[in-house]
Design a binder for this molecule. Structure first.
Ligand code: PLP
Length: 367
């Protein structure tokens, strides 16, 4: 067909066919008495500190574009986690960084491996940017077998592996030795380790022992993602970080949108991340409450199995997942429902008491 001048053919804009397999993300909206469905921190940040950061008009100039490299908040993050600020890229949530990696560091048709079940944003962005998504199912125990992952990557010539560690939704973690085995065995594959919940996987002394952050400088194929949405209680301001060697960091900074992290987020993030004591205290409380939740769910004896959590939520197996979910939902309690599991995030003592009371009522209604 000819589309020259004078042609009568009307070109109509059509949405691309690739969008057909997407459905809009529809998070719960409306009011719930108790929200334990998206793994946020229930702790509220010191208001005064936040307000002071926002009102620091010498730093937050709203008529000016923000610092493209978000230096102040990147420095605070690097200082807190003991890494080199030159190896840190800030993002509008780690969500944005997953998009930046899939769009900018990979090419159409490249093969991305995900381990299922896992966080769904990896395959969402990979499909959006027309990468080829491979999914390697975990076993019934949800434990990641590093040897099997390596074999799959080699057999299928995988360009990028993305996985969360510890994992959302399973709450399980893969030890550092396993991640290192994958990294070293697959030097040509980009390995993206999303450590959104790593803050919670600490030893009794409060140290992270399985994080790959200290390893980022030693590998040409590693990106570690971290977020302020969970342990740092800043889901509302959208702030995440990608940590990688300088070479990869330069690439990330090149392909991200220049002013991706807004000035208010940068300022609040820097203020909160500079409070090392507050950060540690928050982790302690969140871990304690997760333990309380785990114990209470265990005592209820309505779940077939609870995964050994390394996160701030519990992944609980039950054939009644849907029924229990509906029961709680009607009472204004939001949890996350999977085909044969519920994912329940640690909340305040009051919220968890309400939850447990309702679960007991459900149990009673079945006997
Ligand atoms: C919650 C979560 C994130 C956080 O995303 P943000 O965009 O930083 O809020 C990233 N990865 C996983 C696995 C998560 O569960």
């Amino acid at each position: 067909m000819q589309y020259g001048l004078g042609s009568r053919v009307r070109l109509m804009y059509k949405l691309p066919a690739k969008l057909e397999k997407f459905t809009p993300y529809e998070p719960l909206t409306g009011e719930y008495a108790v929200r334990l469905d998206v793994n946020e921190s229930f702790l509220e940040l010191p208001t005064e500190q936040v307000i002071r950061a926002v009102l620091d008009i010498d730093k937050v100039k709203l008529n000016r574009y923000p610092d493209p490299y978000a230096c102040q908040v990147v420095n605070a993050f690097a200082d807190l986690f003991g890494c080199d600020p030159r190896c840190v890229t800030a993002g509008n949530g780690s969500d944005e960084l997953i998009g930046v990696i899939t769009a900018g560091l990979l090419e159409k048709g490249d093969k991305v491996l995900t381990l299922s079940p896992d966080f769904t944003m990896y395959s969402f962005y990979a499909e959006l940017y027309e990468l080829q998504v491979h999914e390697l199912p975990k076993g019934d125990d949800f434990i990641v077998n590093a040897g099997k992952v390596v074999a799959y990557i080699k057999e299928n010539d995988i360009d990028c592996l993305m996985f969360s560690n510890p994992c959302n939704p399973t709450s399980l973690g893969l030890e550092m030795s396993g991640v290192l085995h994958i990294l070293r065995s697959c030097p040509d594959t980009l390995i993206v380790v999303d450590e959104a919940y790593m803050d919670f996987w600490t030893n009794p002394q409060g140290h992270e022992t399985e994080s790959m952050l200290p390893e980022t400088a030693n590998h040409d194929n590693l990106i570690v993602l971290r977020t302020c949405s969970k342990s740092v209680a800043l889901a509302g301001i959208r702030l995440g970080f990608a940590v990688a060697n300088e070479h990869i960091t330069r690439a990330l900074r090149t392909v991200k949108s220049p002013f991706n992290v807004n000035a208010i987020t940068q300022s609040i993030g820097a203020a909160i991340l500079s409070d090392k004591v507050g950060y540690k205290q928050a982790i302690t409380v969140l871990k304690e409450n997760t333990h309380v939740l785990y114990t209470a769910l265990n005592e209820l004896a309505i779940f077939e199995e609870l995964c050994d959590t390394k996160t701030n939520f519990v992944f609980a197996k039950t054939v009644h997942a849907n029924e229990i979910y509906e029961h709680l939902f009607k009472k204004g309690i939001a949890v996350r429902c999977f085909p044969s599991h519920l994912r329940i995030c640690a909340g305040s003592s009051d919220d968890m008491n309400i939850l447990i009371k309702e679960l007991k009522l459900w149990k009673k209604s079945k006997t």
